[in-house]
Design a protein around this ligand. Sequence first.
Ligand SMILES: [Zn+2]
Length: 480
Amino acid sequence: MAERLRIAIGGIALEASTFCPHRTTLEEFRVVRGEELLARYDWLQRDWAAAVEWVPVVHAYATPGGPALPEAYDVLEQELLAGLSGDLDGVFLDLHGALSVLGRRDAEGALARRVRGRVGAGTLVSASMDLHGNVSRELADAVDLITCYRTAPHEDEWESRERAARHLVARLHDGGRPLKAWVQVPVLLPGERTSTRDEPARGIYAQVPQVEALDGVLDAAVWVGYVWADEPRCRAAVVVTGDDPVVLRREAERLARSYWDARHAFALVAPSGSFAEVLDEAVASGSRPFVLSDSGDNPTAGGAGDSTVTLHALLADDRLAASGLDVVLSNVTDPAAARACAAAGVGAQVSLDLGGHVDTTAPPVPLTGVVTALDTSAGVRAVVRTGPVSVVVTERRAPLHRVSEFQALGLDLRSADVVVVKIGYLEPDLFAVAADWRLALTPGGVDQDLMRLGHRNLGGPVFPFDPDPPTPDLTPVLIP
Ligand SMILES: [Zn+2]
């Protein structure tokens, strides 16, 4: 290829629980175009990327939540497809892989098929994904290269995107279309049981770069899949990409088998229990602050963020006030309540009908308290104090994960006794501040008690929904 390569960049990324009553609207997507889109990728300045004309199309990202409304999704998809114009050598798709559109299935598979239809067979398409995404046969068929993160909690998002783009450029220079060995593994587990910091995921993911380094292999990737969606594509998957069909199939099968063989060994990353159980432990403990994660309503995995299950339990617990404990609960998303706090101002008493409007597992909490802090820099964030409990109320579905975000609201987590946060495994900042912690198995859109969710559309036996599925055929499909 004598001329400068021309590669389009775009994507639509959302992690959406089909069990979550929240609906993701167009306004909730952060949409970037042009220079703002290119600025996402600092590797565009590197040597390997310099000789390419990168064409920014559109990238849209929303905080995890419930399924996207079809009319919202379609606007974004149409813009992306329309932007794939002119002669393109390649397309780099920046995806998550667990996008659900209300009433539809396999959103990324359908998107990739339409991208392929638009650019034709002569353009190479490379997709970068979250390892919590899913890879259907349709998606694997529609792209030429596909990879995902190799760490959870994620530390290599940008590195993964760069790898996907770099391999695309290298292949365009070398010419030819790579082969893919694709295989799904009938195991579907949450991130809280598949952290790559712990075995067995740690050992499985440690093999991935070793496979990538083999002769005849371009890339290797293992997906955990997304457990909070009820679709046939939801399960673990392996794709090994390259040129040597024997090596690709052998290595993809080996990775798939190591995942399958380890299925009984994936355990929750922290001690866990019902909220009543872990609250008892927190009250009795001498470790302060003691952090409890309200994992069933974790907005970073797709929870609605307004469940009141834990707040009801805290307010009904007479031990907290009696023992002089200082409790922080973060955060209940409730636009009307947050704006009422802002209107009342710091120091004012407010009476709220808080939370429980989207996730109706528990009803709204009739809460009377004093507004102790307000921050309106990114939507309203307020703290309402009632008895021993300081409740963070937010206008937007924005999870608070950093100690500094609490400090901005006058809350010093280090001096709190019990902290309840809507999260799964603790993010590093919270982990560092927690003297001890438990994962509360609360109900909600991202319930960790998987059997409570009620999957119906997995299409065949999948562990652990079927506790003892028949031994699967893990022979990979070789896709040209
Ligand atoms: Zn993820």
